[in-house]
Write a protein that binds this ligand. Structure first.
Ligand SMILES: [Zn+2]
Ligand SMILES: [Zn+2]
Length: 104
């Protein structure tokens, strides 16, 4: 019987317990600060330039860039191009869209 569990270099009495501050609760249920009368629809995911209501924008065609929790919008094809190295797309492409009109 071989037990291959060796704590090399761990000092004697080293507590194998994570500190409680390590488990930080991530607020992912509701935004604490609701957008106050936004004058734009979204912000470009790269340059943070506002994408206006009714304005044209680009979306990456790769599904991992279009998750509900991870949506990317781009104000121009150069911004879309800038995200490609980050996401490591093999066959990058984008789709063109028009932002919805301002509510009301
Ligand atoms: Zn941009
Ligand atoms: Zn992408």
């Amino acid at each position: 019987m071989t037990v291959t569990l060796s704590l090399v270099g761990a000092p004697a009495g080293w507590a194998c317990r994570p500190s409680r501050s390590f488990l930080v609760r991530i607020a992912g249920m509701s935004e604490p600060n609701p957008p106050e009368r936004s004058t734009y629809w979204q912000k470009c995911s790269v340059c943070k330039k506002p994408i206006p209501f009714g304005g044209a924008y680009l979306k990456c065609a790769i599904s991992t860039c279009n998750r509900k929790s991870f949506q990317l919008w781009f104000c121009s094809d150069s911004c879309w191009d800038a995200h490609n190295p980050d996401q490591n797309h093999r066959h990058p492409s984008y789709t063109e869209h028009v932002a919805p009109r301002a509510p009301g």
